[in-house]
Design a protein around this ligand. Structure first.
Ligand SMILES: [Cu+2]
Length: 472
């Protein structure tokens, strides 16, 4: 099939010309359970990532945590039971939910103490690919994350099968914990500046994680997604890593990117895309006959996460170190992404600048020159639309994430930039994002590099005058 025909087919599918044929999602080896009345038991556990077994903190002993499924407009109920030796919360990343359910410790709830419980009950307004994770300290760089998939009751895309691909960088239980890694960083001003990428404008991350995972499995013992030749398959890719952007490609295939951060966009045919921490991308692909490498290159780190997409039981498995030409071919840019007319926000009535900075130690990251302990606060009034001008004066890229809202990225290609909740901004770059203030609360706005978050890069967007901060 030619690429042009393929893309035409994608647009036809979006227009509803192809009937919905989505069967039950088959998420490879990812554990699943019905979401109704789900109980999430946060607890220490031994889990195998393939080449080794590690002791870490998990939900229900699983890595990733259980897949939670919901339908747009419906309810999610999840009881968090804290079996950890530390306090914890669950944040529902990307969901425009009731602020009391956002899981932001000290802002929207008190963190749940060891032995405690918390009932998360909220409506999910938008379909799409989301995830949940702990929002306390470095816990998200352990195993405390899982996919949250919100089905569209009027799904306009026709496809035969879907797979969820949760990416992670892994250090816990391999020469220490993420807290140890953070302590080492904070104790030194010498940083590893060999981790570099032109695409990310310089140094890419704070440390070299020893493993990179797809659905909890290292490249040595990869996840295998089983399908059939000719099937049109939707992949939902979630970057749950703490410090790693991934460059994703499927060997021998071109992909049509259909969604970012849960929201639909006009399909774009590309060979590869870059996904920062906290971002999600969905793509459609018509599978060929064989066994194909699904590669997520840890950008600038000379390592990769790896899985196999198999449509032929007899085809030889690709090696995890296979060279993929797709990785260096046509790459998705934000300017390629166009949201639906219905998702386009009105003109903002004012703009505020958020300057991203680094203090000379290299261990303190700031928003408008403030650290998390005395955070930047953007005040908004309900109903207004504001423009946030992100101005990165720091020497590293940052995936900036806003809780409780999706913003519209104003790209160079016109007014219908993508709706997103997490956006990568490169060093020396300025980027405009518009936010409609339609969900009152006190919302975190922070870098999703967990090390930067813990080194101060955390502010808030709040409605009306500041009220007293909740006691941690
Ligand atoms: Cu950052």
């Amino acid at each position: 099939m030619s690429r042009r025909l393929f893309v035409t087919g994608m647009f036809a599918a979006l227009a509803g010309a192809v009937p919905v044929a989505a069967g039950r999602p088959a998420a490879g080896a990812t554990a699943r359970r019905p979401h109704r009345g789900a109980v999430l038991r946060a607890k220490p556990a031994k889990v195998s990532i393939g080449p080794r077994t590690v002791t870490t903190w998990t939900y229900d002993g699983l890595l990733p945590g259980p897949r939670i499924e919901a339908t747009a407009g419906g309810l999610v109920r999840a009881k968090l039971v804290n079996g950890l030796p530390a306090e914890t919360t669950v944040h529902w990343h990307g969901i425009r939910l009731d602020a009391r359910m956002d899981g932001a410790p000290g802002y929207t709830q008190k963190a749940v103490p060891p032995g405690g419980t918390f009932d998360y009950v909220f409506t999910v307004p938008d379909p799409g690919t989301y995830f949940y994770h702990s929002h306390v300290g470095m816990q998200n760089d352990r195993g405390l994350y899982g996919p949250l998939i919100v089905a569209d009751p009027h799904e306009p895309l026709g496809y035969d099968q879907e797979f969820t691909v949760v990416l992670d960088d892994w250090v816990d239980g391999v020469g220490g914990t993420p807290d140890d890694a953070l302590r080492r960083l904070n104790a030194s001003t010498a940083h590893d500046d060999t981790l570099r990428s032109t695409l990310l404008g310089g140094v890419v991350g704070e440390l070299r994680h020893p493993y990179h995972l797809v659905n909890g499995r290292a490249a040595e013992t990869p996840e295998v997604f089983v399908s059939k030749p000719g099937r049109l398959v939707r992949f939902r890719v979630i970057n749950a890593a703490a410090d790693t952007a991934f460059r994703v490609a499927l060997g021998g295939h071109r992909m049509a990117v259909t969604h970012t951060d849960g929201f639909p966009c006009a399909p774009v045919a590309v060979d590869t895309f870059l996904i920062g921490m906290g971002e999600r991308y969905d793509f459609l692909v018509r599978l060929d006959d064989g066994a194909f490498p699904l590669v997520a290159e840890a950008e600038g780190k000379r390592a990769r996460a790896f899985a196999i997409v198999r449509t032929s039981p007899r085809a030889a498995a690709p090696r995890s170190d296979v060279r993929l030409r797709e990785l260096s071919q046509r790459m998705l840019r934000y300017a390629d992404l166009t949201s639906r007319q219905a998702d386009t926000l009105p003109r903002p009535s004012r703009s505020v600048t958020v300057t991203l900075g680094m203090r000379p130690s290299g261990n303190e990251w700031t928003l408008n020159d403030r650290l998390a302990a005395d955070p930047m606060r953007l005040q908004v009034e309900r109903g207004e639309t504001i423009r946030i001008v992100l101005d990165n004066q720091s020497p590293m890229w940052h995936p900036m994430h806003l809780h409780g809202h999706t913003f519209q990225v104003r790209t160079s290609s016109g007014p219908r930039g993508p709706r997103k909740d997490t956006v990568n901004i490169l060093p020396r770059e300025r980027l405009n994002i518009d936010v409609r203030a339609d969900n009152p609360g006190e919302w975190m706005f922070h870098c999703h590099n967990l090390y930067h978050q813990e080194q101060g890069m955390m502010g808030t967007l709040g409605y009306g005058p500041a009220t007293r901060k909740m006691k941690h």
